[in-house]
Design a protein. Structure first.
Length: 135
């Protein structure tokens, strides 16, 4: 299931291939380790010419992971291909000046990713963010 805030800009200045890898790798990791359905939500907020995209990947299952994902915590499990991709995702997020957190809400878990991206020119975003609520 995918929920996208209609005010999310369609055009931005950024690396779409990195963004695709980040989301794909995290989704594959969740499928491999939790065998859970995933809901992807996308919203964000504009400040000046920067739009900070918020990506929510929610799924069900027990996790033993910490809120802040640190590559060094997983180095012993390097044989796990999907885990390696998750580690690569966190590195890409850092490279793009973003953040990733794992939020636990009872049985529901949410990978919360924030990625700031420049907007081209005078791109207008509807200031409707307060009305849209994923969680």
């Amino acid at each position: 299931k995918i929920n996208i805030d209609p005010s999310v800009p369609q055009k931005f200045i950024g690396d779409k291939e990195k963004l695709y890898k980040i989301l794909t790798y995290i989704i594959l990791y969740v499928f491999e380790h939790y065998n859970s359905s995933i809901t992807l939500g996308i919203n964000g907020k504009k400040e000046k010419n920067i739009y900070t995209f918020n990506y929510y990947l929610s799924f069900y299952g027990n996790t033993n992971e910490e809120n802040n994902i640190n590559i060094s915590d997983y180095i012993n499990d390097i044989d796990d291909k999907e885990l390696v991709k998750l580690i690569a995702s966190t590195s890409l997020i850092d490279l793009m000046n973003g953040k990733i957190e794992l939020l636990n809400n009872g049985a529901e878990n949410i990978y919360y990713i924030q990625l700031p991206q420049k907007l081209p020119g005078e791109y207008v975003v509807k200031e409707d963010d307060a009305k849209w609520n994923l969680i």
